[in-house]
Design a protein around this ligand. Structure first.
Ligand code: GAL
Ligand code: ZN
Length: 687
């Protein structure tokens, strides 16, 4: 029997590693064994407490089907145990070996166009392949039997980034699985024909055998077929995860099991996956060329915390500096590694890990940065890595504390898939654009948010924002309505509430499911040209979209001055029960979005902090200062992350944990620096 992990305040197990875990992907199989000795010595120097081992080692672990070679892994596990480093052991199933694809060529994935891909990179398997499912679960079982009681083992890492390269496969075996999934969903063909609207374009099916994946078609394929395909592909990958997880769980029932997510990754509905994970883990890479990348990072971290219901989560991968897969791979600036890492901790991560420990010498990722770079330990990167290890030790007491939010943003994968289907009023309506714009406005207001599904319990939130919810069920629409009636403040953007879960339009005027809640009726959409903007009477501007709206109970907040609908309402507000619902009919510019959300927060009693800081930062600048609180029984930790090039003075009283110095009233945060204050008086939640 294995030693149970600690629970960290949740009913789910957590890897038994003290404080904030620190480490990365460790691929010793790429190096001669002499190097391993140096590895563990350096890990001790850096304060590494957990490594992920074996992610891409299937071909070495199983040289021929059913013949395992665990010798090298035994030695790695023993070495790590001797140095007190916990192992997050991978099931190694993300990259089947060449012998596997050679023996089971039908397991190789097929593209929409009908091309079968080859092995030679990684992730070359069809998620529905029975040969793959059998071989991957067999390997997971063999690993669990071999290492289930090993003292180094602290967690299971199933597969790797499900769907990263191969999120869908259009082969015949996948077609069979899709038909099975559709039978489960619809029962019979009548249900499918009705849901898919096959009366349109002569698409009626008379036998399930006629139904195929949405392969290449002469023009737009059936939208509901495409939507169901996305649901199916996410479920099919989840089934791969669950198959391995169940094998592991049967052998090591007390060990936590995870698979690493990829933030806002469209193909996989992480909200439907999250309940199947013991611990949420995520890989986050910043795009060097994106000047908002620190805000994207916060957004992704908030999403991960939210997926896990507020429980601590693991940053499984990030880069110490440059990656290798962008057109131009920018190195991180000095200090950025620390800021990025502590941003994740501030937003609930209790483990900070990297891809990877030692930079590879060979292979497609040899120019990807690592904790231990090609140039060795006499490098600024190594110094930053070891300094981070020390910082995380100083933050050990933060582990297990939680981030409490008064504001939530609705996030829904099926709505994302549906709104981006083709043949819509405007291809400029992109889910993440609206999501990011809303998130960024709250970020500028220094308001930390949770992400929630539309059917979630919203009673804890004072403000709920719906950046985009084209598809919504009756039950979710009723949930959102009840939230407002009970006193909630809701703000909803255009092209929401339009269709039901089958992608069938809700009749009687837009925005369908939200017409009564918002107190408006929209007759027609007036999307804008690509670079066209419209002016609002209050000075704001809009782009992408306008619509012909008649108030039906709502007040007009502001109108259009120009564009296709001069004089007509642009933003409305509707009192409902003891709450209020705002509606925004265009893609508002950033400053106007921030102002609108600030007013809504003020009405709802949510403090928009940050404006009073000594540095007098312009909160509407893209770069800025973020403050986040993590709270525990009787303790409160204020994280201040300064993304500007000026020192900032922030009100805080207590002990700054990174330096151990007292903060009496003010904490000075260096340009590009971070401070974490254990607050003297546990603060109250203020958003
Ligand atoms: C991730 C992957 C790692 C590594 C990394 C490079 O997608 O899980 O194995 O490839 O990217 O940035
Ligand atoms: Zn397939």
């Amino acid at each position: 029997m294995t030693t149970p992990g600690s629970s960290r305040g949740s009913s789910r197990p957590w890897p038994r590693v003290p404080g904030i875990a620190f480490g990365g992907d460790y691929n010793p199989e790429q190096w001669p064994e002499e190097v391993w000795v140096d590895d563990v010595a350096r890990m001790a120097e850096a304060g590494v407490s957990m490594v992920t081992v074996g992610v891409f080692s299937w071909a070495l672990l199983e040289p021929a089907q059913g013949n395992y070679d665990f010798g090298w892994l035994d030695r790695v596990m023993d070495l790590l145990a001797a140095h007190d480093i916990g192992v997050d052991l991978a099931t190694a199933t993300a990259s089947p070996p060449p012998w596997f694809s050679h023996r089971y060529p039908e397991s190789l994935p097929v593209t929409r166009e009908g091309h079968r891909m080859s092995q030679g990179a990684r992730q070359a398997y069809c998620p529905s392949s029975t040969a793959y499912r059998a071989a991957s679960t067999a390997l997971a079982g063999a690993l669990a039997n071999r290492y289930g009681t090993h003292p180094a083992l602290v967690m299971w890492h199933v597969n790797n980034e499900y769907g990263c390269h191969t999120s869908e496969c259009f082969c015949d075996e996948s077609a069979v699985a899709f038909r099975r999934w559709l039978r489960d969903r619809y029962g019979d063909l009548d249900g499918l024909n009705e849901a898919w609207g096959t009366a349109f374009w002569s698409q009626r099916y008379y036998s399930f055998d006629e139904v195929i994946p949405p392969r290449l078609t002469p023009t737009w394929g059936n939208p509901t077929q495409n939507l169901d395909w996305k649901r199916f592909c996410s479920d099919e990958l989840l089934a791969c995860f669950i198959a391995e997880r169940d094998v592991l769980r049967a052998i090591t029932p007390d060990l936590p099991i995870t698979t690493n997510f990829m933030g806002a990754f469209k193909p996989v509905d992480y909200f439907s996956w999250a309940p199947h994970e013991d611990v949420i883990s995520d890989d986050h890479y910043i795009l060097g060329a994106d000047h908002m990348n620190h805000i994207r990072l916060s957004m992704s971290a908030d999403l991960m915390r939210s997926l896990g219901g507020g429980n601590p989560w693991i940053l499984m991968e990030q880069s110490t500096s440059a990656v290798n897969w962008q057109p131009r791979n920018l190195a991180k600036a000095p200090g950025q590694l620390k800021r990025n890492s502590l941003q994740h901790v501030a937003r609930g991560a209790d483990a900070i890990c990297f891809f990877q420990w030692r930079a590879s010498r060979r292979g497609a990722e040899k120019f990807h940065s690592a904790m231990l770079p090609h140039a060795g330990t006499d490098t600024r990167l190594w110094r930053e890595v070891t300094a981070l290890g020390a910082d995380l030790k100083n933050l050990a007491e933060v582990a297990g504390s939680r981030v409490e939010c008064a504001v939530a943003i609705v996030w829904d994968w099926p709505a994302w898939w549906a709104v981006e289907l083709d043949s819509h009023p405007s291809s400029d309506v992109q889910y993440l654009d609206l999501m990011r714009a809303t998130y960024e406005a709250f970020w500028q207001l220094d308001v930390t948010v949770d992400f929630v599904r539309p059917d979630a319990d919203l009673s804890a939130y004072k403000v709920v924002a719906i950046p985009s919810l084209y598809l919504v069920s009756d039950a979710s629409a009723a949930n959102l309505t009840r939230y407002v009636e009970a006193g909630g403040h809701l703000v909803c953007n255009f092209f929401s509430g339009i269709v039901d879960p089958d992608d069938a339009v809700r009749l009687g005027g837009y925005p369908g499911a939200f017409r009564e809640l918002l107190g408006v009726r929209v007759e027609e959409f007036y999307p804008l040209l690509e670079h066209q903007t419209v002016t609002l009477a209050d000075g704001g501007t809009g782009r992408v979209w306008t619509e012909m709206l008649t108030p039906a109970g709502a007040e007009v907040v502001t109108t259009y001055v120009d564009g296709p609908l001069p004089g007509l309402p642009a933003i409305t507000r509707h009192d409902v029960g003891s709450g209020v619902a705002h509606y925004v009919t265009t893609f508002l510019d950033a400053a106007r979005t921030t102002r609108l959300l600030q007013v809504i927060c003020a009405d709802a009693g949510v403090v928009t902090r940050g404006l009073e800081t000594g540095a007098r930062l312009d909160r509407f600048e893209p770069a800025g200062l973020e403050t986040i609180r993590r709270q525990a029984e009787g303790a409160s930790y204020l994280f201040v992350i300064n993304h500007t090039d000026r020192e900032a003075d922030v009100p805080a009283a207590g002990v700054e944990l990174l330096t151990g110095k007292a903060a009496d009233g003010i904490v000075h945060v260096a340009a590009g620096g971070v401070a974490v204050v254990r607050e003297a008086a546990a603060a109250t939640m203020d958003g």
